[in-house]
Structures are given as C-alpha cells and as structure tokens.
Design a protein around this ligand. Structure first.
Ligand code: AMP
Length: 287
C-alpha cells in the first residue's frame, strides 16, 4: 500500500512510525516526472536494507536560476504516484508549491569548495538550493539510507559532504546512471527533446564512449580526452557549458596526466534543453 502525504508533519510522523516499528527507512528525493532511473533508486534502497521506502517529489524553486526551466519543469503527480504504487513505494511525500518554505524563510545550507566548479560555476546558487532542501528533507525523514543517482555526480558528492560535515544521521548512498538502450542518460528533461533533438543528444554518450575507448587504450592526457568528447558533442549540440576531466573524489581538474580515478562531466544544450552526463573512467561501464 502506497501512502501519499502532502504535509511536512505527515512525512515526519510516517518516518518516525516506520522506525518505531523496527523498520529501516530508505529515502529517495526527486523532483518528479519519474522515469526508470528514479525507480532504480527505490530498488537500490531496498538492496541496501531498507524495509520501507519514502520517495519525495518537489520541484524546488531554490535550486533554479531566474532564466532556468522552473515554470516549465514537467509536473506529472498522478502518473508519478501510479509508478510508485507499481514499484511498491511505501510513502510518497508531495508537498504543494509553497509547502516547503515557511513565510519569512531565510536560512540556507551551503557546501563551499565542492560547489565552485562545473554545475556550481554555470548555475550560481543551484547547490545552495539543493543542499538547503535536501537538509530539510533529511531533518523531516530522520535516520535513513538516502539514495541518489550518480547521473548528478557533483550533487551526490556535495550531499555526501554535507551529511558528513554536519553530522546528519543519514547514510548517503549512490548508484550508477541508468541509460536508455542507445546510451542516453535517463532524465526528466529528455521529454523536452523533439525526435530530431533526441537523436542529436546521443552525441554525449558517443563522446563518453570515445573517452572510455581511449582510456582503455592507455591514453592518460586529460586535455586530449576532453577534446575527443567535445569532438562528438560540438557538431550535434547548440552550445557546451563544459567538458571536464577531474579527480573523481575532489572534483579538482587534472592538469594533463590522469592519476587515480577520473570523472568526465559534461553539460551542453540543444535549443533550450540543457543536458548533463558523466562517467568515471576505468570504473563505470561505457555508455
Ligand atoms: P531529479 O528528479 O532529476 O532531481 O533526480 C532525483 C534523483 O534521481 C537524483 O538522485 C538523481 O541523480 C537521480 N537520477 C536522475 N536520473 C537518473 C538516472 N538516469 N540514473 C540514475 N539516477 C538518476
């Protein structure tokens, strides 16, 4: 039975009740428009020992910039709840638009160094919006395993850091990106793409694939690998925000030879649609 609640107090009470009855809570925070990537997080929570899974759906205004897609972001609550029922989610928390922030709200949670580059550089204020809402969800849910996707690689790292730095009683877990059969990373924003744009969007997976192949063949020059990825994306996308090769833990850029684990992160636009993707060389399977 899937219980759907809209009030913060109901989320807190339901999570407390799960623990009180000896259950272990899994938490899956989302912005809705659910796809198989989101539902894989539900399965991941179970795999990690959660007896009950709570999935939250909130399009968080704090994490969108003024010229971003907050207003047109897909909102499909009825279909999302149906998918949650099919997946056996125990609890759905879907607060109304003005349901998360009380009047006069003026507090924020900020992770500093990890948020300066990549998404942080191109979306000022984005991560403060993310960490603030996720901190609130963690406070409401209480001790749990919280499952995130590595599709949003930097976001996962930032949330992991926040929970550790602030002694939050949360086990922050992550799982690999779920992709369509042709390699496109699943994303709620994919539904903005026309069939022709959807085809061009494969440039990112092609680029990441080329990077894996080069790395597998022994290439360790970060700039050369980034150039190969760009070569697949440039002709298909309208603009590129970044193609970056960085240390997979610190997200510091490599100056030339790659040592240790490297993550390639990409953000690029087709029309008004901005897509992000990433892969960890020598670790993730090639898209
Ligand atoms: P969102 O609804 O886009 O904010 O995403 C909610 C959660 O789902 C985040 O932890 C994302 O990283 C994760 N997620 C989104 N897309 C994917 C995907 N294709 N594979 C795995 N996790 C994903």
């Amino acid at each position: 039975m899937t219980k759907v609640v809209h009030e913060k107090s109901e989320l807190r009470a339901a999570c407390d009740a799960i623990r009180a009855s000896g259950g272990r809570l899994g938490l899956v925070p989302t912005m809705g428009a659910l796809h198989d990537g989101h539902l894989a997080l539900v399965a991941d929570a179970r795999r990690r020992g959660a007896t009950h899974v709570a999935l939250t759906i909130f399009v968080n205004p704090l994490q969108f910039g003024p010229s971003e897609d907050f207003d047109r972001y897909p909102r499909t609550l009825e279909a999302d709840v149906a998918r949650c029922r099919d997946a056996g989610v125990d609890l759905v928390f879907a607060p109304p638009r003005d349901g998360m922030y009380p009047p006069g709200f003026q507090s924020e949670v900020q992770v500093t160094k990890l948020t300066t580059r990549l998404e942080g550089a191109f979306r000022p204020g984005h991560f403060t919006g993310v960490t603030t809402v996720v901190a609130k969800l963690f406070m409401l849910a209480g001790p749990c395993v919280a499952c995130f996707g590595r599709k949003d690689y930097q976001q996962w790292k930032v949330i992991e850091r926040m929970a550790r730095d602030l002694d939050m009683p949360i086990d922050v877990a992550s799982m690999p990106t779920v992709r369509e059969s042709d390699g496109l990373a699943m994303s709620s924003r994919n539904r903005y793409l026309s069939p022709e744009e959807r085809e061009r969007a494969l440039g990112i997976a092609r680029g990441l694939r080329a990077a894996h192949a080069a790395y597998g063949a022994g290439e360790r020059d970060a700039a050369k690998i980034a150039e190969m990825v760009r070569a697949e994306i440039t002709p298909r996308f309208d603009s590129i925000d970044y193609v970056d090769v960085a240390d997979a833990d610190t997200l510091e850029p490599f100056t030339r030879p790659i040592e240790g684990r490297a993550v390639i992160t990409v953000a690029a636009k087709i029309g008004k649609t901005r897509l992000i993707d990433n892969t960890v060389l020598g670790e993730d399977t090639s898209p």
